[in-house]
Design a protein around this ligand. Structure first.
Ligand SMILES: CC(C)(COP(=O)(O)OP(=O)(O)OC[C@H]1O[C@@H](n2cnc3c(N)ncnc32)[C@H](O)[C@@H]1OP(=O)(O)O)[C@@H](O)C(=O)NCCC(=O)NCCS
Length: 335
């Protein structure tokens, strides 16, 4: 069944087949049909042979009605197969079985089509290869790339799968240091020239991406203790995020003397957490110790030195909340 579903994905393009119009009831075709055709008749109202005769081009390519079936139809067909076995065991005659199976097929198909269950099946059963092709098609169509850009995109997609199979697309050049300390999550998208640097004193990973994170061109992220980026986070170009700095300047016992060369100063470290659904504008700097609350937005060119609560828009240097989302009226309101 699953391989059939996958095969159907490959043959998605083949939609120009016809279902012949046959009056099954009047012709009593199910009386002489074998068990496979009984199911075909109940579901599609034609036998395999009748379908082949009406779709000679497909038949010549070795395709049959089940090869071009939708995923919903294949699910229903599989249910019908088991149901038919039970009916056979109970000695139900063919015309009654046909009536039961027809009713079952129409009910289940109507239900599955209404909830668009196919969408879910496609997402779960898509093989990595089909997924890469789908990503490519989606990106190329959505963004109307030129032929040169399409070739470049295809090259990036292939290299992405070699570097990190779980990423959606990594654009090159891509600088990654300390890959063993980075969890790239799933479906990561990066722009060109991004730089990820991870260090670890404990051997544990110090940089974590969630699912479906998108970082644009020339983003630089550096971790020594912990940088965690949640799900569905969008990071614009030229953003800098770091959980560390050369030395400490808080005015306490850990302060670093300016007489020490900056590169030789002991690192100050403080974790950065970026929660789900955060959008970070172009050119933003996120400093050590900052948490960006779920759903917040950071305006372009802001420097974030203190944590930002969830569901607010923060702008400026240092970044301060200016608006908060009011969930009752579904609107942003000035603070
Ligand atoms: C943060 C942002 C979303 C706010 O949008 P908005 O709520 O529609 O903004 P408004 O125009 O209502 O501005 C509200 C106030 O914030 C100020 N402001 C807006 N963005 C600002 C920013 N990035 N820096 C400083 N101040 C900003 C406005 O001047 C305005 O000030 P005022 O009340 O004194 O007049 C938007 O300004 C922004 O920076 N977007 C990021 C764009 C970007 O980087 N895109 C990359 C694509 S991934």
């Amino acid at each position: 069944m699953l391989s059939k579903v996958n095969y159907t994905l490959h043959t998605d393009a083949i939609k120009d087949f016809v279902i012949p119009k046959i009056d099954v009831e009047q012709q009593k075709l199910y009386v002489y049909a074998d068990e496979a055709d009984l199911l075909n008749l109940a579901l599609w109202k034609c036998t395999a042979k009748q379908w082949r005769e009406a779709n000679i081009n497909h038949a010549q390519k070795g395709l049959n009605i089940r090869d071009v079936a939708s995923i919903n139809e294949l699910v229903v067909l599989s249910n019908m197969e088991s149901f038919n076995v039970e009916l056979l065991k109970r000695g139900i005659d063919k015309s009654k079985r046909y009536a039961y199976l027809s009713e079952m097929a129409q009910n289940q198909l109507t239900r599955l089509n209404a909830i668009d269950a196919e969408k879910g099946f496609r997402a779960i059963e898509t093989t990595p290869r089909v997924k890469v092709l789908n990503n490519f098609k989606r990106m190329a169509i959505k963004n109307k790339y030129s032929i040169f850009q399409k070739i470049r995109l295809a090259y990036f997609l292939m290299r992405t799968k070699l570097l990190c199979r779980r990423a959606r697309i990594i654009r090159f050049p891509f600088e990654i240091r300390g890959k063993e300390y980075i969890d790239l999550g799933t479906d990561l998208t990066t722009g060109v020239g991004c730089r990820l640097e991870a260090f670890s004193e404990t051997g544990e990973k110090t940089m974590h991406f969630g699912n479906n994170v998108q970082i644009n061109d020339y983003v630089h992220i550096c971790s020594m203790q912990n940088v965690t980026i949640g799900n569905n986070v969008l990071i614009a170009g030229k953003v800098y995020i770091s959980d560390n700095s050369h030395g400490s300047y808080k005015g306490d016992e850990f302060d670093t003397s300016p007489e020490i060369e900056p590169i030789k100063r002991a690192y100050y470290k403080n974790p950065v957490v970026i929660e789900d659904n955060v959008w970070i504008g172009e050119g933003v700097v996120i400093l050590p110790g900052v948490t960006l609350g779920k759903g917040c937005i950071v305006g372009a060119n802001s420097v974030v030195s203190k944590s930002i609560p969830p569901n607010v828009i923060a702008v400026g240097t240092p970044a301060k909340p200016i608006k908060r989302f009011n969930f009752e009226i579904q609107k942003w309101a000035k603070i």
